[in-house]
Write a protein that binds this ligand. Structure first.
Ligand SMILES: NC(=O)c1ccc[n+]([C@@H]2O[C@H](COP(=O)([O-])OP(=O)(O)OC[C@H]3O[C@@H](n4cnc5c(N)ncnc54)[C@H](OP(=O)(O)O)[C@@H]3O)[C@@H](O)[C@H]2O)c1
Length: 296
């Protein structure tokens, strides 16, 4: 398939707004019938992250929630944020109920005051931040550059790009004090190529990769590893909102990816854990392609 076709198809299935419909959910499930991974909803498994403190932004749903569950399943203590308080408490209780260690704190990544309080609370409660997954993000609605309201541009850029900057700004001093740390930022396939009608999202994700590379270089000799991850289409509330906004479905989007299916959030979680594991000690400043071959 030509690059032009790839871009056209993904554009119709890229990030947007509005709610999940039952029809979309069914299509999404169908697209994942080809060798889907087992959902990791129960806390159990290995012990790679026992005694590690993991900070995650935006774990009230989607990739962040799955990653919180995966870290807790491997013994980590997880402290996470998001704006939806009831959901945050529910996710924390669910992880605790399954035998894991997780606490929720309301924080909005657009606010430096909130991020500082989130990081400070984690350190005062657990004594460290061994790993940070800066994941919180929002999509943009379908619109051309000329049609885009400034307000939406600012919100997406502030959440996705400034949010990652603020998170690292407050995580890194603690990691320097500890003498070690690992950071993974959530970027996107949209950080690597242009997709029509998603300017704020695409620009913000390019910024995430750029921030990742700069921070990686600044802290590599301080025993702090900074990387990012580039998911493609992942079955989360964000993708379902986007499919509704662009009036498309999972089958159409899946055609654009060499693996011919939508990726599950648990698969992204496992890739994040890999980047944070002892198997990745020499990986610095990379943006890990987790798209299922789109960037190949
Ligand atoms: N799904 C995909 O296909 C895909 C592909 C590439 C990259 N990504 C990236 O993956 C990340 C997670 O997205 P997702 O797909 O898992 O969507 P999601 O289910 O909508 O999750 C987004 C998370 O970010 C949090 N968040 C958003 N704005 C926030 C703010 N201002 N302050 C704090 N938390 C905030 C949300 O929590 P609250 O609403 O409770 O605040 C939620 O927990 C995003 O950075 C997204 O760009 C997703």
């Amino acid at each position: 398939m030509s690059n032009i076709n790839r871009r056209r198809i993904i554009t119709t299935g890229a990030v947007g707004a509005v709610g999940l419909t039952a029809a979309v959910a069914t299509q999404s499930a169908k697209a994942n019938t080809q060798n889907p991974p087992e959902p990791q909803s129960v806390v159990s498994g290995g012990n790679r992250f026992a005694d590690k403190v993991v900070l995650i932004t935006g774990a009230t749903s989607g990739i962040g929630e799955s990653t919180a569950r995966a870290f807790a399943a491997e013994g980590a203590t997880v402290h996470f944020c998001g704006r939806r308080e009831a959901l945050g408490e529910q996710v924390a209780q669910s992880i605790q109920g399954a035998g894991g260690k997780a606490t929720y704190q309301r924080a909005d990544v657009r606010s430096e005051e909130d991020i500082k309080a989130f990081v400070d609370t984690c350190v005062s409660r657990y004594g460290a931040i061994d790993i940070a997954f800066n994941n919180a993000g929002v999509e943009s609605s379908p619109a051309t550059v000329a049609e885009r309201p400034l307000e939406e541009w600012m919100n997406v850029m502030t959440t996705n790009a400034t949010g990652v900057f603020l998170s690292m700004k407050h995580e890194l001093p603690q990691m320097l004090r500890q003498g070690s740390g690992i950071i993974v930022n959530n970027a996107s396939v949209s950080a690597h190529t242009g997709f029509a009608t998603i300017a704020p999202y695409s620009a913000s994700k390019h910024a995430v990769v750029s921030l990742t590379k700069v921070a990686a270089l600044e802290y590599a000799d301080k025993n702090i590893r900074v990387n990012s991850i580039a998911p493609g289409a992942v079955d989360t509330p964000m993708l379902r909102r986007a499919m509704a906004a662009w009036n498309t479905n999972a089958e159409t989007i899946a055609q654009d990816y060499p693996i011919q299916r939508i990726v599950m959030p648990e698969e992204i979680a496992r890739s994040v854990l890999f980047l944070c594991s002892d198997e990745a000690t020499c990986i610095v400043g990379t943006d890990l392609d987790a798209t299922g071959g789109y960037l190949a």
